[in-house]
Design a protein around this ligand. Structure first.
Ligand SMILES: *Cc1c(COP(=O)(O)O)cnc(C)c1O
Length: 365
């Protein structure tokens, strides 16, 4: 077979697919990596298990108990996944008929909802949030519910940092009862715990919550996430999950990270991240090169700059790697900056000040 023939075997929707542009795929070798919303501070665990010849449990009971205990819900309302990204995928796999069913996403938001739908040949219907306030356009969602099986809401929203009004999510739950799943992606919820929808799981059987250990828990490397939902949904997802998705080293480390002393340390990291974000945003406001700093309830901040591309490149060359959002819908001249350690935040501000001086950017605010 020639190479061309092999390409002809590929499914139509995959041939033209633009894959997710993850921070690692985009690359960049920085000394200050503020492009993936990771925790800037590592946590250290050593493996307790020493033998690897046996397969793990499909759903490690100890880990499920630990997470159920942490969030204070029942054991049978929790599924462990290979990161929240696998959660996004399992839901489409189990609930959406290719070329027939539809998912809704509300940009600017996390790209994986749309990309995962495309991979499964499921239509992704775009219903943008209201510009600059980044809240749900409930009227438009309601008018476009035909064939919709899943609505993905990211809360706090990536990349804007916005908390979606809880009343709007509740209205959405009421509009969609019996018709579609509402999936609330709470990847960053530890940075704003009071806004979690978790207490509504009892009331709304079509509510699904995604969680991860990648962000506040500082464990992006182990790839561990959770789906929280009523037990009927969890049972369905258990049918489509791969046989042994969670490796024993992952379970080992994840369980340790959910012990009470580790949770206390996580909460301390969240507090110090909050303080750094507040400091960083105040400093950004004083710089003449910033146009707008969007309010954030997470471990990153969205900033609209003057000379966005130039700033992005200049900082890149200094080893400061940020996430350029300039090409995204509504996000012209915007860069997302993850909140680093205080030293890293100071370094970024100093480099931005230097850039303003060098390029003669004056304040006109
Ligand atoms: C980082 C992120 C994820 C992916 O989390 P993993 O558990 O690392 O797969 C999912 N959703 C949002 C909004 C994220 O920012």
């Amino acid at each position: 077979m020639t190479k061309d023939n092999v390409i002809n075997l590929v499914r139509e929707n995959i041939k033209n697919l633009i894959p997710y542009q993850s921070a690692r795929r985009i690359g960049g070798h920085g000394t200050v990596c503020l492009n993936a919303n990771e925790s800037p501070i590592p946590v250290f665990f050593t493996l307790k298990k020493k033998e690897w010849n046996r397969y793990p449990e499909c759903q490690p009971t100890e880990l499920i108990s630990a997470y159920a205990n942490y969030v204070n819900i029942e054991y049978n309302n929790v599924l462990v996944t290979r990161g929240a990204d696998e959660g996004i995928e399992l839901l489409i796999k189990a609930f959406c008929e290719p070329r027939k069913d539809v998912i809704v996403y509300c940009p600017p938001t996390y790209d994986m909802y749309q990309i995962t739908a495309n991979i499964f040949d499921v239509l992704a219907r775009k219903i943008p949030t209201k510009k600059n306030i980044w809240q749900l356009d409930l009227i438009n969602i309601q008018l476009n519910l035909h064939s919709v099986k899943i609505i993905y809401i990211c809360n706090p929203n990536n990349p804007t940092g916005t908390i979606i009004l809880q009343n709007d999510i509740i209205k959405l739950l009421n509009i969609t009862a019996g018709k579609a799943l509402i999936v609330v992606d709470e990847a960053y919820i530890e940075f704003s715990l009071k806004d979690s929808m978790i207490t509504y799981l009892k009331k709304y059987s079509h509510l699904v919550i995604l969680r991860t250990l990648s962000k506040a828990f500082s464990l992006a490397a182990i790839r561990c996430g959770f789906i929280l939902a009523n037990k009927e949904v969890i049972n369905i997802l258990n049918k489509v999950i791969s046989p042994y998705p969670i490796s024993i080293p992952v379970t080992d480390i994840a369980c340790q990270s959910l012990e009470s002393k580790s949770i206390e340390l996580m909460k301390k990291r969240v507090l110090s991240n909050d303080l750094n974000r507040i400091w960083f945003m105040e400093e950004l406001k004083t710089l003449p090169c910033t146009e707008k700093i969007f309010d954030s309830s997470a471990n990153y901040v969205l900033v609209q700059f003057k000379m966005c591309e130039k700033i992005f490149k200049e900082l890149w060359s200094k080893g400061i790697i940020l996430r350029n959002q300039n090409k995204k819908m509504y996000l012209k001249n915007c860069i997302r900056i993850s909140i680093g350690t205080r030293t890293e935040c100071i370094y970024v501000i100093d480099e931005l000040k230097r850039f303003c001086l060098k390029n003669n950017i004056m304040r006109n605010k």
